[in-house]
Design a protein around this ligand. Structure first.
Ligand code: SF4
Length: 241
């Protein structure tokens, strides 16, 4: 699977037949982001910021975030900018990384996680990989660094044939597993994967999130306009199955 981290090679390379197109470079210390909200209560324990990264090569049938699949640059956001935004909202008790595939940007997400944990916040991530794959030699660059920072990992891709429609399930399909690395959160696995929230941003845009890790703008087909901005309010509800 292609990496989203910029190559440091200086050797000119000859394009090979059937070679996938070169991916755009992400500057060091930056993330390619699909979306962001503060104060989510349906993407992990407590009240959390949620950061959806851009890019996933897995293309699971039934994926609710297909706009996150392309690895092309959507919005570049620095580590400092993410950390500042999360800490600006006092209700955020932690951050959840979703996607897209967070572990394709593990190096920089680990930097974000480290700074937020130093401020007492918790860090959770979704991934299409299994934990065993992330601990193997084939894992994306920086996977262990990110794993070292996580309080909770939800692993495995969404598998439509194993979909769970339950107000009591924190995962969307039965192959996915909840790994709680921080014992303090052991009894806080209480969010429902089929609940939704509507976040109304200051510019009037609405972000709908929660249902199976879904993130979408309700006002526009153009999803490239996500901005790090405060919201006017949010509303939670349980989605119809
Ligand atoms: S369900 Fe997750 S792993 Fe699968 S394509 Fe969507 S974002 Fe990628």
């Amino acid at each position: 699977m292609p990496s989203t981290i910029a190559s440091t090679s200086t050797q000119p390379t000859q394009p090979q037949p059937n070679q996938p197109p070169a991916l755009p470079e992400i500057p060091p210390g930056y993330l390619n982001v699909m979306g962001y909200v503060d104060n989510s209560e349906v993407n992990g324990p407590g009240v959390r910021a949620v950061l959806w990264v851009q890019g996933c090569g897995r293309h699971c049938p039934g994926c609710f975030n297909s706009h996150s699949w392309p690895f092309e640059i959507n919005q570049l956001v620095s580590v400092d900018e993410v950390v500042r935004q999360v800490l600006r909202e006092p209700r955020n008790q932690g951050i959840t990384f979703s996607g897209g595939e967070p572990f394709k940007q593990a190096v920089v997400l680990a930097q974000v996680a480290k700074q937020l944990k130093a401020q007492g916040l918790t860090v959770m991530s979704f991934t299409g990989f299994t934990l065993e794959q992330l601990r193997s030699r084939q894992a994306p660059v920086g996977s262990q660094d990110l794993l070292d920072q996580l309080d909770i990992l939800i692993d495995g891709p969404y598998v439509a044939s194993q979909a769970i429609h339950s107000p009591n399930s924190p995962v969307s399909s039965s192959n996915q597993r909840v790994h709680v690395f921080n014992p303090a959160l052991q009894h806080q696995i209480d969010w429902a994967s089929d609940a939704v929230e509507i976040h109304i941003l200051q510019d009037g845009q609405r972000i709908i999130t929660g249902y199976r890790g879904h993130m979408a703008f309700s006002e526009s087909e153009d999803e490239s306009g996500m901005a790090f901005q405060s919201e006017r309010g949010s509303h939670s509800a349980t989605a119809p199955a």
